[in-house]
Write a protein that binds this ligand. Structure first.
Ligand code: ATP
Ligand code: MG
Length: 363
């Protein structure tokens, strides 16, 4: 019996960080046995914000694949692949772009937030909003059952659901009143996919807060991340300089300080498994009995303990770049089989199935 399929992935705009780990990667590693997993490295999407840095994007593709292997993603079980080497995804992107109104794409709150956070102003290329449509194709090309992601991806998944419904209704004769879960049974090609959120839906960055005073999400592009590849000394330096809520000094005045808002505590709650330590020290911190230094020191130990085995495994693969490329090539070959099949079914449903074709990936 074939296993249910999962699709998820990352944009190669840097290396993987702690947010990826708790938001998605942890889930992926845990699901590799029960699911047929596809992990996309979305290199075309990286070009939408950094077209002038092709070398960095190339390096980041390798870095992310190395991070996957270091975190325990096993290429014998899971398929990791490069988006730009799966042409069916692009072909689906055009068909899907036809199904969504332009204004609907621009209302996607994740795009709006990214434009703000990454300071893109009104200078972003046409390809930037296009990536939201492309992401529908990244996902639907694999007709997966589940998509494990962080919270920021929910709007993208909602768009994907809308595209799938529209396609099924327009080209597969599915009634618009059909329940999402019954779309395939009713003859639809595309499943209406549910997101699967990680243990932590949105890990904040190490600061500083954004213009509105709120902490930004930990992001590769925002210079606020602790990377899975950081050395112990780098981790210590970052935590030492980590933003903490300045109001913590006014703890005598209840209501003035919300320690939960302090990223230090968000990190402890996410990574420190010693809950008794957290409860005890949070109380002391609230009452001004311990300061940032003690809490930060402990956090350094906790994070370094988590990252150390990843670091060791990463070193192994850094020394064997051919193994990383091999895993990507084998995965890309496999990904093309499914994506080509989906594209053929798509064209058939759209009555544009004139010829059959075969795609070959070679070294
Ligand atoms: P960029 O800054 O280039 O957008 P990113 O750090 O946001 O990079 P992505 O490649 O966009 O990373 O996201 C990959 C996956 O990791 C997505 O599923 C996303 O939801 C999840 N993710 C990213 N950052 C976080 C975070 N801080 N907390 C939880 N999940 C996250
Ligand atoms: Mg992102």
């Amino acid at each position: 019996m074939s296993k249910p399929r999962i699709l998820t992935g990352d944009t190669p705009t840097g290396k993987l960080h702690l947010g990826h780990y708790v938001g998605s990667v942890e889930n992926r590693v845990a699901m590799q046995d029960a699911y047929d997993c596809y992990f996309i490295i979305a290199n075309k999407h990286a070009f939408t914000t950094r077209a002038d840095k092709p070398g960095e994007i190339r390096q980041s593709v390798i870095d992310i694949a190395t991070d996957y292997l270091a975190c325990g993603i096993d290429p014998a079980k899971s398929t990791m692949f490069i988006q730009s080497e799966v042409p069916a995804i692009d072909e689906l992107t055009f068909f899907f772009a036809i199904l969504i109104p332009f204004n609907r794409v621009m209302r996607n709150p994740t795009l709006t937030q990214e434009i703000k956070d990454k300071d893109l102003g009104d200078k972003y290329p046409f390809g930037f909003p296009m990536y939201a449509v492309g992401q529908c194709a990244d996902i639907l090309a694999f007709r997966p059952e589940l998509v494990p992601v962080g919270e920021d991806q929910i709007p993208h998944l909602e768009l994907t659901r809308e595209v799938a419904r529209k396609f099924n209704q327009l080209y597969c004769g599915v009634n618009s009143k059909t329940d999402d879960k019954d779309n395939i049974k009713a003859g639809g090609l595309f499943p209406i996919i549910a997101p699967k959120l990680g243990r932590i839906k949105r890990l904040v960055g190490i600061g500083p807060p954004g213009a509105d005073g709120n902490l930004l999400k930990m992001s590769k592009s925002l210079n606020n991340a602790i990377f899975l590849s950081d050395t112990a000394a780098e981790v210590e330096k970052k935590i030492k300089g980590m933003y903490t809520d300045p109001n913590r000094l006014r703890v005598t005045d209840p209501g003035e300080t919300d320690p939960a808002k302090n990223p230090l505590w968000a990190f402890h709650e996410t990574f420190n498994t010693d809950t008794a330590w957290i409860d005890d020290h949070r109380e002391q911190y609230k009452n001004g009995k311990v300061g940032d230094v003690v809490i930060k020191r402990k956090l350094m130990d906790v994070i370094n303990e988590l990252i150390e085995p990843i670091r060791t495994k990463r070193k192994h693969f850094e020394d064997r770049p051919d193994d990383v490329i091999d895993a990507l090539r084998v995965g890309t070959k496999k990904a093309n089989v499914i994506a080509e099949e989906t594209l053929a079914l798509t064209k058939k449903a759209m009555k544009q199935d004139y010829f059959s074709r075969e795609l070959k990936i070679e070294r």
